[in-house]
Structures are given as structure tokens and as C-alpha cells.
Design a protein around this ligand. Structure first.
Ligand SMILES: [Zn+2]
Length: 77
């Protein structure tokens, strides 16, 4: 199942979601707003480092996600 990178316009935060390929709106995990959109590839090119990690680090994706989650929890606490 693909992982989508989402951005929330309401609170301005990013999150990842597991989802089917669908046009259905995915609510923000932070504020439950429906005003979200999937990051598109051009965004990934602008954020080359993040994009590279997505492409090259697929094998370590679950570890990376755990680490990102920890960092996010640290940032908000
Ligand atoms: Zn939000």
C-alpha cells in the first residue's frame, strides 16, 4: 500500500498516510481538517533531500518513519 505525503492547509503541517489511490479527501491527523492535499512530485524536487531519502531509503522507510515520529513528538512537546 502506498504512503502518501499530505499537507494540511488548515494547520500548515505535513503528515503521511496509508491510502488507496483515490480522490477522496484524507483528513489531517493533527487537526482533522479536510483541507488537505497530496504532495506532488515537483514539491519533492524542490525538497531534494527529502525526495532522495524517500527514493533511496525505501528499505529503511519504517525506521525512518519511527524516527520522524519521535522528532515530531519532540517538536510539539
Ligand atoms: Zn491540520
Amino acid at each position: 500500500m502506498p504512503i502518501y505525503e499530505m499537507h494540511c492547509r488548515a494547520c500548515g503541517r505535513d503528515f503521511e498516510t496509508l491510502a488507496r489511490i483515490t480522490e477522496e479527501t484524507i483528513p489531517c491527523v493533527h487537526c482533522q481538517s479536510a483541507d488537505t492535499y497530496k504532495h506532488i512530485s515537483s514539491t519533492h524536487f524542490r525538497h531534494a533531500d527529502h525526495w532522495m531519502r524517500n527514493m533511496m531509503g525505501a528499505m529503511h522507510k519504517s525506521q525512518e518513519r519511527d524516527q520522524l515520529k519521535k522528532e515530531m513528538e519532540k517538536a510539539v512537546s
